[in-house]
Write a protein that binds this ligand. Sequence first.
Ligand SMILES: NC(=O)c1ccc[n+]([C@@H]2O[C@H](COP(=O)([O-])OP(=O)(O)OC[C@H]3O[C@@H](n4cnc5c(N)ncnc54)[C@H](O)[C@@H]3O)[C@@H](O)[C@H]2O)c1
Length: 246
Amino acid sequence: MDHIFTMGVLGLGEGRSVISAVLNSRMWELGNICDLNEGLCKERCEEFGLNKYTTSYEEMLKDPKIDVIGIYTPDQLHARHIKMALLAGKHVICTKPLMINLDEAKELVRVQKETKKAVFVGQSSRYFEPALRQRRDYEAGRHGELETIETHYISDSRWFLERAWSHQQGFSWMYNFMIHAVDLAVWYLPEIEEVYGLGVVSENTRAYGLEVPDTLKFILKNKDGRFASVTGAYATPTLGSAVEQS
Ligand SMILES: NC(=O)c1ccc[n+]([C@@H]2O[C@H](COP(=O)([O-])OP(=O)(O)OC[C@H]3O[C@@H](n4cnc5c(N)ncnc54)[C@H](O)[C@@H]3O)[C@@H](O)[C@H]2O)c1
């Protein structure tokens, strides 16, 4: 058996998915779980039969048995939490988005190079079964030549605006939601060198006191001239996936 990695999980909302994955894998062990919300820590312990947790990220980072930190905190905190993990000598798996603006990018790249620890972005949509199968078929040549790509992620996600952190500086529909559709396009056209994008803020988003575009369209141009069109809409009623073109 290869080396077994030990993971500490930070943020126990969506973080429950990686707890479940770790517990169901022979390649991983769960080191600890952490959330500021102690009630949620206890809930996860009960749900998964665990006997320890911490509400202090710093404490979890001090644990020498943990090799990798799985980060599932609000988008705005990812860069800070990744940096803390790297400086503590841990590898990182961070859910999307890796960061919410490029201001933090240079520093993160610097720290990653200095610490030589791996950072993996959990772009989960690449691992959904239809996406995996489509990719397999594409790589086997079953789709022929790729001329252009159209991806979309459209959902009435106004429920998300009930969360406190969607009202904090840095929240965007683009990084939180549309990134899945962008990532699928970039998976097939990895040398994007030009982007044209439009976005509007609907009255529905404004009604929540936010000024972030919720209806978006990007054209991504690849180095070789091929392009992708990516669409997102998040705060208006949708027709539902049964009638959407995929
Ligand atoms: N398909 C996907 O890939 C997918 C799906 C859902 C969410 N996400 C991502 O997962 C992340 C979390 O989303 P969520 O829906 O679970 O949000 P959430 O608000 O339910 O959970 C975030 C948790 O982080 C905890 N937290 C915040 N700061 C902390 C700190 N300093 N130390 C410890 N805990 C802290 C909060 O108490 C909260 O329980 C977001 O970045 C979101 O974009 C990804």
